[in-house]
Design a protein around this ligand. Structure first.
Ligand SMILES: Nc1ncnc2c1ncn2[C@@H]1O[C@H](COP(=O)(O)OP(=O)(O)OP(=O)(O)O)[C@@H](O)[C@H]1O
Length: 344
């Protein structure tokens, strides 16, 4: 469904070129649900925008749904849905948004009304069709966004952080809709997320990108198993001291530190913990909590990227790399809408 070889994107900025994506190779099979993870600024959005034909690659090639993302943009757009982060808003009623989107996709009024009703049923929007989008809850809006992205029955759906900012119940509800979509219609789903539990729960495979390069591509279980052994998690304000003591006392256990905690990867953590705790006590380190557990996807992510997804802020890109408008220079402006949200 998706192939990319050597996909690269360099942005020209006032402070010089920024290589956002550096030779990405990837494949996604028909019907797969793939999670695309990476720290802030890793290159996720840029990659997705190239695959969705919203941004031209500087070099490399990609095909999506059998068509080249540069030479056959319109063909690609007809076959994909893209649901971005911004969400549908405004005073238009939800039902009108769906009907308008269906008419933009070429349906006549009667067919558009029928398609809107079908999607409303699929995504539990029936009661909400007369309501202005601005009056929908976060979860309802995301369901409407999904429905809008699916108006033209694409076989492939790109989702950019589909549950960002939703409460746990609304997230679980959206996960159910995505599972049903895949089970009943075989839709291929490529999603970015900052929630590792979401990737764990929904995705057949996880791609990790860091510094513009793919650093892992595997199932969640395989990524966890790569860590091996147990993880000792020590929380404290004295991260540097813990790392120093652990390196001395347990030289074969690799420490990864994150904000406020050190994760030690050990073969037999239970047996070795007393020795470590004794040494930490003698060094005057005060711990706020200790836990021993099996590796999680968070541990795998930390190992791969040296950073925790949880400590990633949702803020702006680093100042020296702040995105500059460069569409005029590259001709990247969308030629044809994929979905009303991205057409503006
Ligand atoms: N239009 C642009 N002009 C210049 N630099 C850009 C542009 N868009 C992105 N970048 C830079 O490219 C790098 C990758 O950005 P990208 O948005 O693809 O990362 P991301 O993984 O999606 O990050 P996040 O998780 O924060 O959304 C960053 O350093 C970013 O500042």
């Amino acid at each position: 469904m998706i192939t990319a070889q050597g996909l690269t994107r360099v942005f020209r900025t006032r402070s010089g070129p920024v290589e956002a994506v550096s030779g990405v190779d990837l494949t996604v099979e028909d019907g797969e649900v793939v999670g695309f993870l990476g720290p802030n600024g890793a290159g996720k959005t840029t990659t997705v925008r190239m695959l969705c034909t919203l941004l031209k690659p500087t070099s490399g090639t990609a095909t999506v749904a059998g068509h080249d993302v540069v030479r056959q943009r319109a063909e690609v757009r007809r076959r994909i849905g893209y649901v971005g982060q911004s969400g549908s808003g405004g005073e238009h009623r939800a039902g009108d948004e769906l009907r308008t989107q269906a008419m933009l996709q070429g349906l006549d009024r009667a067919a558009a009304t029928a398609r809107a009703a079908e999607l409303a049923e699929q995504f539990d929007l029936g009661e909400l069709l007369e309501r202005p989008c601005s009056k929908l809850s976060g979860g309802q809006r995301r369901r409407l966004d999904l429905a809008l992205g699916l108006v033209h029955r694409p076989g492939l759906l790109f989702l950019d952080e589909p549950t960002a900012g939703l409460d746990p119940q609304a997230r679980a509800n959206l996960w159910d809709h995505l599972r049903t979509l895949r089970a009943e219609q075989g839709t291929t789903i490529f999603l970015t997320t900052h929630y590792l539990d979401e990737a764990d729960a929904l995705c057949d495979r996880i791609l990790v990108i860091d510094g513009g390069r793919i650093v892992a591509s595997d199932t969640s279980d395989a990524l966890k198993n790569q860590i091996g052994g147990d993880v000792i998690i020590l929380e404290s304000d004295q991260i540097g001291d813990i790392t120093a003591v652990a390196t001395r006392v347990l030289p074969d256990c690799r420490p990864d530190s994150t904000v406020g905690s050190v994760h030690l990867h050990c073969a037999d953590a239970q047996r070795r913990l007393p020795e470590l705790l004794r040494a930490l006590h003698e060094a005057g380190v005060e711990l706020t909590s200790i836990a021993v557990k099996r590796p999680t996807l968070e541990d795998a992510f930390l190992r791969l990227t040296g950073r925790s997804l949880r400590e990633e802020g949702r803020g702006a890109a680093p100042a020296e790399q702040a995105p500059q408008p460069d569409q005029a220079a590259t001709g990247d402006a969308p030629a044809e809408p994929i979905h009303s949200e991205v057409a503006s």
